[in-house]
Design a protein around this ligand. Sequence first.
Ligand code: FRU
Length: 493
Amino acid sequence: MYTLERATNYIRTNSNQVKDDYRHHYHIMAPIGWINDPNGFIYYRGEYHLFYQYYPYKAEWGPMHWGHAKSKDLINWETAPVALAPDQTYDKDGCFSGTAIEKDGEMYLMYTGHIMGEKDEDIRQVQCIAVSSDGINFEKVQQNPVIAENNLPKNANPQDFRDPKVIKKGEFYYSLIASKAEYGGGQILLYKSRDLLDWVFVSVMLKGEEGEGIMWECPDLFSLDGKDVLIISVEGLPKQGIKFPNTHSVISIIGKMDWEEGTFHKEKTEELDYGLDFYAPQTITDNKHRRIMISWMQMWGRNIPTETENHGWAGAMTLPRELSIKNNHIYQSPIAEIKNYYKNKQSINNIRLKDDSKEFIELSGEVYALELNLNTKMGKRFELEVRSNEEERTLIAYDCDSDLLELNRKSSGVEIVGKEDEHVHKRAVYCDSERGKLNLEIFIDKASIEVFINKGKFTMTSTIYPKKKADKLKIAAEGDIEIVSLDKWDIEV
Ligand code: FRU
């Protein structure tokens, strides 16, 4: 039997056994055990709260709890007590993903109760509410489950019905819930309520088509810079050229939400991150009206070295990112507060490398931010090697003619392989650079790399697990490459 008390005691007595070789310095992690999706991201009474899918007892997925972290500035997080344990008949096999929302000064969580049976067809997923008056201690309401099988439209399957995202609009609360449709693909259902407890079904907000994945998860919907944006995490989206090679992919759909009809009209669909480890993001707005996104920085269906090598923990979140829309495209910027933790600035300006390579000793490190401006007009290829030692390296390579940037972790350290038909060790993206100018902001932590390309136009997020100290940085050029500026800051939290 899982209870909050058991989780709290286990975490208290065992967290000191976690190996810290790969523990991040500025990315959210649990003190011990497994985490996946960010949940219930909210700005509440002057603090950011982030909950997460959590199994404290092993570094692998198990009956889901909601872990909890909070922060005043999105960078320095403190672990709060576990918020939900699967301790009721309606959530006995897991408290799955969901949202937090403030109502009358209290924090409400809407999450999915996961119930297993003898056979797969017996699985049921239902929606539940828990309430807190302090943002720390939660009580599940007696009306649970508040949305169950009897409230499903005909074409929806009761085994896959999860991840409510709650939005307030006028006097109503709306809940977007991911569902599997009868044809075997994803759809988003829309529900409506005045009090978060009594819900009515409104509509199928958006239905997937053949070739759009086998299940949609973790929907998010918001308005930004005059557009409506729907984000969906998709299971089994077929690979399309350089897009969607991972088993799970995140797409953003810019469009228009018709609240009268309860339907979403698509304008433009894009992959949200071109890396190897990015899934199930959630967004919020804070008191500064910023639209901020945090995502799980792992991928389903692959080995996770901190699990297989018995480090006692698995999973972390991305750096929070601020979103904006320009020319009908979503930009992601590293959250500004990270700059408050920058130390020891090192700068290199106006260096030309011509068919040459160079190690920059002064730019060594394992936890840092890098900003690079290149002029590639006269060049052929540029390579940046980070987190390297004699045998290992993480490679960022840019082809000047095609404007294609590649992130390659084949030699980063412990090999990561997965369920894909062909192992995916690298990914690439066209950067949409202007006149030979390339801008890269790169965030490196003990076991991760996040690349923001051309002021956040594209991002690439991946985990890396060097087997030994890997702190060198090298640059190589084919043809004539000008490093206009290269700044590095250690990050100390
Ligand atoms: C997405 C997901 C959700 C589900 C949760 C279970 O990563 O599969 O759909 O609620 O993880 O942990």
